[in-house]
Design a protein around this ligand. Structure first.
Ligand SMILES: [Zn+2]
Length: 202
């Protein structure tokens, strides 16, 4: 491949189900891999470690997780991902990009599920970057821009627009219709749209 060739971003839907296991599907976990770069996860639902391993995707390679909102089916897999890295001897840092409140909720989730795990000594750092609606974060090779979603989750919920290796990926997360989705989707290479009900809000 010449340097002029565009990079490819491979998107694997390791999980795309709801919180309730409908159809036997696993929860939100979208794996983005650009040529020659460590992969990034878009959301990390509670079942994500299983989802990745079923797809033969190495959780230890994931450099960043971008979280749309703080419901368990979108961020509840993070404690398992962190502990898997700890027990597998991971050395590379893990960046978590999520809405305001992510650091506190991740700490609480780790202490609830595995007491003492939030302060355990690890060979790698877990860096949390909080991303408010209207803001943009650059970290771990990904640029994430956020808009407010219409979806109560105890913290601002986000619709996201990621730039990875020159490709733009829009992600609705869980949201009722909001005009922000037009900006999230505008001229994106890919729009990932979650859908649950057509006729009622949830
Ligand atoms: Zn949700």
């Amino acid at each position: 491949m010449s340097s002029a060739d565009p990079l490819t971003v491979t998107v694997t839907f390791a999980g795309c189900g709801d919180a309730f296991g409908s159809g036997g599907r696993l929860q939100a976990c979208i794996h983005l891999r650009a040529d020659g770069a460590p992969p990034v996860l878009l959301d990390c639902g509670a079942t994500s470690l299983t989802a990745l391993k079923r797809c033969d995707l190495d959780p230890g390679e994931v450099s960043a997780v971008v979280v749309s909102h703080l419901h368990g089916d979108h961020f509840g897999g993070l404690p398992f991902l962190v502990l898997d890295g700890q027990f597998a001897g991971r050395a590379e840092p893990l960046t978590v990009i999520g809405p305001p409140g992510t650091a506190a909720r991740l700490h609480a989730a780790m202490e609830c599920l595995f007491p003492g795990s939030s302060t355990a000594r690890r060979r790698f750092a877990v860096q949390v970057r909080e991303l408010a609606p209207g803001a943009t974060v650059h970290a771990a090779g990904v640029q994430a821009a956020a808009w407010a979603a219409d979806h109560p989750s105890g913290a601002p919920a986000l619709c996201l627009r990621l730039a990875v290796a020159g490709k733009v990926i829009g992600y609705t997360g869980d949201t009722a219709w909001t005009g922000s989705l037009i900006q999230v989707a505008a001229e994106a290479d890919l729009l990932i749209a979650e859908a649950y009900y057509r006729d009622k809000n949830c």
